[in-house]
Design a protein around this ligand. Sequence first.
Ligand SMILES: NC(=O)c1ccc[n+]([C@@H]2O[C@H](COP(=O)([O-])OP(=O)(O)OC[C@H]3O[C@@H](n4cnc5c(N)ncnc54)[C@H](O)[C@@H]3O)[C@@H](O)[C@H]2O)c1
Length: 261
Amino acid sequence: MPGERAGQPVIVITGAGSGLGRVTAGLVAGQGSTVVVLDVDLAAAQETVAELERSGAQASALQADVTDPAAVARAKDAVLAEHGRIDGLVNNAGILTKQVLLSETLEAWQRTLDINVTGYFLCLQAFGGAMADAGSGAIVNIASIGGTRPTIGAGAYCVSKAGVLALTRQAALELGPSGVRVNAVSPGFMKTAMTADRYAVSGLEERRAQMIPLRRIAPLEEVAGVVAFLLTPAAGYVNGEEIVVDGGFVHSTTANVPQPA
Ligand SMILES: NC(=O)c1ccc[n+]([C@@H]2O[C@H](COP(=O)([O-])OP(=O)(O)OC[C@H]3O[C@@H](n4cnc5c(N)ncnc54)[C@H](O)[C@@H]3O)[C@@H](O)[C@H]2O)c1
């Protein structure tokens, strides 16, 4: 595979102290990579690393707020100092603000864009820059079906995820010549800390599942599997793509159109 480097790959996963990032860390480690678990919550990152080490994987934890350029630069230096290389980045750390546009505060709007878009940009620049210097690598940006489908009550979030998709295409074009692929994965509905309050509502999971052709909320492993695949040489010619992993939900709008009996 052109640009592939020999030896054990080192993959940085942001927000891997929880949810999709933690499950992705497990799958990526299982593929034989060293995983760097980066999170603003150091205790959560260390818990993920302890889990990975119990299964015999190589992993390390780093504390950084992805919106802080100096912290991200320090994290990049720390990875290179400890592991000597960076082969992959999963931009996954994100927040969901639950408000309609007319009631959204400027503070929440800016915080959402800062973490979900600028945070991805800063990590892409730091870790992606190291990969470009080495002449190979892969970046997976976690977007959302909200990036192309507006969702009432998640305005800032959906705008931020549209930004992630644009960032993905832009970076694919600019980093491709350096051997670095950039793709996006857009999950549908998942049950994590981010959405726990919604699924605490009795019957909501079942009602949502009924709207999805596969009739179930996305298991984190089945989203993480696609992320892990995009990091491998098997996806070596995939660049600038969005892969939607939602059980077919975005294709289901006509299922709700009234039909004559
Ligand atoms: N949960 C869903 O239904 C859903 C659907 C589509 C997309 N997504 C996306 O999946 C990704 C992972 O979300 P999740 O559901 O696992 O959420 P989660 O809340 O379980 O995990 C998010 C992680 O990001 C970390 N984080 C937050 N802000 C940070 C910062 N400034 N710097 C560093 N780390 C930070 C948190 O500490 C946490 O560990 C996000 O990008 C999210 O938008 C989630």
